[in-house]
Design a protein around this ligand. Structure first.
Ligand code: GDP
Length: 198
């Protein structure tokens, strides 16, 4: 897919304020610092569409970006930063679970996973929760330029093993690097293919 246009539409914490035009939505979520903003900027070829920030947990908003006037890329707040208070975590959970479970036009959630890390409890829990709620998701490994291909394969295998403890089959798996652009075409083509069949 060629990205002809990527424009910011709205940021909010309220499901009722999200765009109402019914265009398909693809959400991106992951732990703070997983590389979500960098990936969004890489996919859209815009330097600052999503803000990359050194401050974990700063963006607690749901951000809608309209791509090619056709579909929304939805940037969801990062989860699992240690410093968050109980209240803000509870707010995050309510708001995100509302979005994920009630948003009819949500087609797929891309769950970002740092390819350098062993399977993380919080990520596994989140994916299991998506599975239980029947929310379609894909696994997107980030920062693959930071490790050797054998180390990457090892970590992927560990994740697969963990997932297959709970599920009969794996969701789609993508490997990406925001610095090299690796994985861009595959991920965008996946979205394009789904959009064509809607
Ligand atoms: P976010 O908190 O998930 O939005 O993460 P950011 O996109 O802000 O990235 C966190 C840090 O990881 C930043 O210092 C980025 O420069 C770095 N980073 C993100 N993606 C990649 C990648 O694919 N390769 C490398 N080498 N660094 C990355």
């Amino acid at each position: 897919m060629k990205i002809k246009e990527a424009v910011f539409v709205i940021s909010n914490t309220d499901l009722s304020k999200c765009p109402q035009d019914g265009k398909p939505e693809y959400a991106f979520i992951g732990r703070s610092n997983v590389g979500k903003s960098s990936l969004i900027n890489m996919l859209t070829e815009k330097k600052n569409l999503a803000k990359t920030s050194g401050k974990p947990g700063k963006t607690q908003l749901i951000n809608h970006f309209l791509i090619n006037e056709e579909w929304y890329l939805v940037d969801l707040p990062g989860y699992g930063y240690a410093k968050a208070s109980k209240t803000s975590r509870a707010q995050w959970e309510k708001f995100i679970s509302d979005y994920l479970t009630k948003r009819k036009q949500l087609i797929n959630v891309f769950v970002l996973l740092d390819s350098r890390l062993e399977p993380q409890k919080i990520d596994l829990e989140f994916m299991n929760w998506c599975g239980e709620k029947e929310i379609p998701f894909s696994m997107v490994f980030t920062k693959i330029d930071k490790l050797s291909s054998s180390a990457l394969q090892k970590n992927l295998a560990k994740y697969k093993k963990e997932m297959l403890k709970y599920w009969a089959e794996l969701p789609p798996v993508f490997t990406t690097s925001s610095t090299s652009g690796f994985g861009r075409e595959k991920l965008l083509n996946y979205i394009e293919l789904i959009n064509k069949n809607l």
